[in-house]
Design a binder for this molecule. Structure first.
Ligand code: HAM
Length: 495
């Protein structure tokens, strides 16, 4: 299109207006924030030029220049179709297995009262101390985006009087959770968990059951994992142990990392799973909790291990496994990818890779309701499982991807193609198309990329004589068949 004669003038005028409106914006902000400083960050890319107003301390207000597009928040992740197919596959598989083990689905809100996590996850945990997305709602209530599911399930159990049901009550759940962590590989600020909780039983067999569930699930998926297991004992045995551990660590406190020096006073057990090499060297000589278990806890843990042996579950005893949440009692466990176990043996930093974890929490419900209710559970991190599937080159079965591609050539065939395509969908055949393309070559290329088993070709001639070509993508063999026999033929070939 020819440019209008006065286009330069118009552009100049528009630029002037934008500049003026920006100045106005700054002026408004400056009025609101006392002693502010205007910082202009220039970049070669004009879209990235930003004007920032630094408040006194520590807040910085960003005014993104008009024209720059909003970006994905740090630590968040878009789930693109190729990952969504895997997520969907995993969720369906987990739901099927959960139902087979007698679990029922429960759905709780994403938004919960802040106090719920303070009372259960624990005030001294990283999650409650620094990772919750929290705000005050319009009624003035302090609320958070759930950083985990377990307290919500416990709350629902109490609020709906589920202690009146036949015990134990077995739930499975899945959905997004939020933690304001420092993002890195496999660590996001919004991620998805799938979990199981069994409320109302203290049986060691239930602990063994959910660990066996994990072995079955990962084996069936084809992912190699190592099951790490430990017992944290009850509050009584932990008190004695805590004293001994603190005594030991105080001697070495100067060599501990700054974080562990703080942990030493607040939660010395957390020092045990610090990944900093100098702390590891110290904790490897520390007294072990397992030697401090009271007779009841020892008996419980022995029963868990015996049941696992009986069920042929392969596990590693890990005396340093303490988990990062306050509510655990007795059995705790984590699922590590095999590669991470190797790194662990080499004493390197592999902390962020657990694919799942859980354990018994016999006192959590009491701390919320005053009523004793032993419970146990686990959660898996879906994103981490998908990442590990990619590392270990685990593919999902072919039936999850489309098996047939529908190609059409010519205008009359295109019209018929839509109807035939719809009929095939109705018959449950996983068929895809790209009707926007008209050349056969382009359509065959797409079929190849998707990796379908068969391609259907409907040309002018086939439309006329009511036939269709079936091409076997592996052998390249083509066969023309009567359109009326298509569904039957496809079902036979895709069996
Ligand atoms: P958790 O160990 O905090 O336990 O989280 C369970 C799993 O969620 C982890 O093993 C990991 O796979 C995944 N995960 C945790 N944080 C992140 C993150 N920032 N990014 C990606 N994935 C992450 C719990 O949440 C307990 N509620 C488990 C439980 C259930 N215990 C008893 N019942």
């Amino acid at each position: 299109m020819p440019k209008p004669k006065n286009s330069k003038k118009i552009i100049k005028k528009v630029k002037k207006i934008i500049k003026k409106s920006e100045k106005k914006q700054i002026a408004v902000r400056s009025k609101k924030t006392k002693s502010t400083k205007v910082i202009k960050t220039r970049s070669n890319n004009p879209r990235k030029t930003r004007i920032r107003i630094a408040r006194k301390k520590p807040e910085v207000v960003d005014i993104v220049k008009a024209g720059s597009s909003p970006k994905l928040l740090r630590g968040m992740k878009d789930i693109l179709p190729e990952d969504q197919i895997i997520r969907d596959y995993l969720t369906k598989k987990l739901i099927k297995l959960s139902r087979a083990y007698g679990f029922q689905e429960i759905v709780t809100p994403i938004l919960e009262e802040r106090a719920l996590f303070e009372k259960s996850t624990g005030m001294a945990t990283d999650i409650v101390e620094k990772q919750m997305y929290q705000f005050t709602d319009r009624s003035g209530k302090k609320v958070v985006l759930r950083p985990e599911f377990t307290p919500s399930i416990a709350r629902a159990y109490i609020e709906h009087g589920m202690f009146n049901l036949t015990q134990p009550v077995k739930f499975f759940y899945h959905g997004p959770v939020f933690r304001y962590e420092r993002p890195q590989a496999g660590r996001y600020r919004q991620f998805h968990q799938f979990g199981l909780e069994v409320l109302g039983s203290e049986s060691a067999l239930i602990d063994a059951e959910i660990i066996l569930f994990s072995q079955t699930f990962f084996q069936d998926l084809g992912l190699q994992v190592s099951i790490q297991i430990n017992s944290l004992g009850c509050l009584n045995c932990r008190t004695t142990y805590r004293e001994e551990l603190t005594k030991y660590l105080r001697f070495q406190s100067k060599s501990l990392c700054p974080d562990c020096q703080k942990r030493l006073n607040k939660n010395p057990l957390r020092v045990l799973d610090c990944k900093v090499p100098q702390c590891r060297e110290i904790t490897r000589q520390a007294p072990q909790l397992i030697n401090f278990l009271c007779p009841d806890c020892k008996k419980h843990f022995t029963r868990v291990l015996e049941s696992l042996d009986e069920a042929n579950v392969v596990y590693s005893l890990n005396p340093y496994l303490v988990r990062g949440l306050d509510y655990y009692t007795r059995t705790v466990f984590e699922l590590w990818p095999i590669s991470s176990e190797e790194k662990e043996k080499e004493n390197s930093n592999s902390g962020q890779t657990a694919l799942g974890g859980g354990g018994r929490y016999d006192t959590l419900l009491e701390s919320l309701s005053g009523r004793e209710t032993p419970a146990t559970g686990l959660s898996y991190g879906i994103e981490r499982i998908i990442n590990e599937m990619k590392i270990q080159k685990v593919r999902i079965p072919r039936s999850q991807t489309p098996q047939v591609f529908f190609a059409q050539v010519g205008e009359t065939s295109a019209r018929q193609a839509l109807r035939i395509f719809n009929d095939l969908q109705g018959q449950g055949i996983k068929v895809v198309e790209n009707f926007a393309k008209t050349s056969l070559k382009a359509q065959m290329k797409i079929a190849d990329e998707i990796g379908v088993k068969l391609t259907l070709i409907l040309g002018q001639q086939e439309t006329k004589d009511k036939t269709i070509i079936i091409r076997d993508m592996k052998t390249g063999n083509q066969e023309k068949i009567d359109i009326g026999k298509l569904v039957k033929e496809l079902k036979k070939r895709l069996k």
